[in-house]
Design a protein around this ligand. Structure first.
Ligand SMILES: O=C(O)CCC(=O)C(=O)O
Ligand SMILES: [Fe+2]
Length: 190
């Protein structure tokens, strides 16, 4: 996150390269999650994604993939029908995805990468394994645009996607996205 803070030229008076550190205090609660994923061998429809198109809910995601490719990212997603681009497995590397907090903090200058996992017919007898570490800021962190000479704080169309979240904290935003993704009201009470 220090690299992002430097790239965004956050003024020294706001913390400069250490800007994000204060909202990554390990003693405070955050939605940071480590997820171990196993996609069993498939012989299904190659056009049906193994994980549907989505953006991640935190600030960045660190993704480790093993052997079997399948991740695709949407390039130039401001365009309609933007193409999907395969993100190959590069041994020994960690893939960094920009997620929703960074899009909101930068008022749309950085885009939360839309991605999905597709079935690879050539690998149909093998499992895909990946590990995703979703980095979230502390629950109390505000998500409105941060101080940077690279963008203004006025609402821009690119940032509008998450307009409803403008005044939310990271913790409220996670609850909101989870409640949209999973309809808890359908879970029968014990
Ligand atoms: O398995 C992968 O490569 C990606 C998984 C993913 O995007 C997610 O769990 O949010
Ligand atoms: Fe994801």
């Amino acid at each position: 996150m220090q690299c992002f803070a430097m790239g965004l030229q956050i003024p020294e008076s706001f913390g400069g390269r250490y800007f994000f550190d204060k909202s990554l205090d390990w003693e405070e609660h955050a939605g940071t999650t480590l997820r171990f994923l196993h996609y069993p061998p498939q012989n299904g429809d190659p056009d049906t994604p193994l994980a549907g198109s989505h953006t991640d809910y935190g600030s960045i995601t660190l993704l480790m993939q093993k052997d079997i490719p399948g991740l695709e990212v949407q390039a130039f997603r401001a365009q309609k029908n933007a193409p999907w681009v395969a993100a190959p497995v590069i041994p020994g590397t960690i893939l960094v995805n920009i997620a929703d907090h960074l899009q909101m903090w930068t008022n749309g200058l950085l885009r939360s990468t839309k991605h999905r996992v597709m079935y690879n017919p050539e690998q149909q007898n093998r499992s895909r394994y990946s590990i995703a570490c979703f980095i979230h800021s502390n629950d109390t962190t505000k998500l409105d645009p941060i101080e940077s000479p690279l963008f203004t704080k006025e609402m821009r169309t690119e940032g509008v996607e998450f307009e409803e979240a403008r005044n939310m904290t990271a913790g409220e935003y996670l609850d909101w996205r989870l409640s949209q993704t999973y309809d808890y009201s359908k879970v029968p009470e014990e």
